[in-house]
Design a protein. Structure first.
Length: 307
């Protein structure tokens, strides 16, 4: 199966890793292998560990890099990056790349249930295992549904949508993407329906909940930073404000030095910066890339270097 995905900020992110030809690198969200391919081009004796939790991605990566001696393919969640590397005897690496969120393949394969444009079972599981979106919408109590839609989807009509879901599932289980999309559409104001698809935020929220994306990001960032060697770099691409906020705050915490009150004459905390920012502001896609791939419009790349 071909895992198609246009890699966003490809050169900017790989350039940001400052790849050494004999270094060890990790693509923690390898997908179709676009970023991995670019890193491998820059290696001679080095190694690249390409990780993904999606079985479709693993099949594609295995086929794509089967003749490349520098490539190691690992099925797993990047949240467990530290454990996955230790299992393979790798304690430190020179760079980690994370491209967060859903892939084009997952969105465009209707049967995966990520899209509100085509009818399919309401699934949304990146790993193709565990709890589905259908199970969440049919079992969660109102308040938890409302919280997920409000917090993860940043949807101001979360209460109305959650009530609509509860009312409809009492009549019959909600099983498909279009069923859910129609419920959302009928529980937001008319003017909202004219501003893009009204189900977009709710689908995003459920996808994040199904895959514990924010929890995985927080754990994965800590794990990635822990495995970086001194001078190693972490490059992270995000696609919405919830993810970017987590990355920005995490990198800021690593870069922070003394935390003593300003009126202290000398430092007593002993805290020293553990990292430095490579780019102070996030890198975004240029006009050329946006013309070729509109999905890159919300992408932000942040890079830091371990001291």
């Amino acid at each position: 199966m071909e895992f198609s995905h246009i890699s966003v900020l490809l050169n900017e992110s790989v350039d940001g890793l400052a790849v050494k030809e004999n270094g060890i690198y990790v693509d923690g969200t390898a997908g179709g292998g676009g970023h991995s391919s670019e890193i491998l081009k820059r290696l001679k004796s080095g190694k690249l560990i390409s990780i993904d939790r999606d079985p479709d991605a693993i099949t594609t990566l295995t086929q794509k890099f089967k003749k490349n001696e520098n490539s190691i393919i690992v099925k797993g969640n990047f949240a467990d990056i530290k454990e996955l590397l230790l299992l393979r005897g790798i304690g430190a690496v020179d760079g980690v790349l994370l491209d967060i969120g859903v892939s084009s393949h997952q969105l465009d394969t209707a049967s995966r249930g990520f899209s509100f444009h085509e009818d399919a079972p309401l699934d949304m599981r990146m790993s193709q295992s565990g709890t589905t979106a259908a199970e969440l919408v049919n079992t969660l109590p109102f308040e938890e549904l409302r919280r997920i839609i409000s917090e993860y989807g940043e949807e101001k009509f979360a209460s109305s949508i959650a009530k609509g879901i509860i009312n409809e599932r009492e009549k019959a289980p909600i099983k498909t993407t279009l069923e859910l999309a129609e419920i959302v559409k009928s529980h937001v104001p008319q003017k909202v329906r004219r501003d893009g698809h009204p189900a977009r935020k709710t689908f995003q929220a459920l996808r994040i909940a199904v895959n514990d994306e924010l929890g995985a990001l927080k754990k994965g960032l800590d794990g990635a930073f822990d495995v970086l060697a001194s001078g190693g770099r972490l490059a992270v691409i995000t696609f919405h404000s919830l993810e970017d906020r987590i990355v920005k705050q995490k990198m800021a915490s690593w870069c922070q030095g003394c935390t003593c009150p300003k009126d202290f004459p000398v430092c007593v905390c002993g805290n020293k910066p553990k990292a430095k920012l490579v780019n102070k502001k996030p890198i975004c896609a240029n006009e050329t890339e946006l013309a070729q791939n509109p999905r890159a419009r919300s992408a932000k790349l942040r890079i830091c270097e371990k001291i």
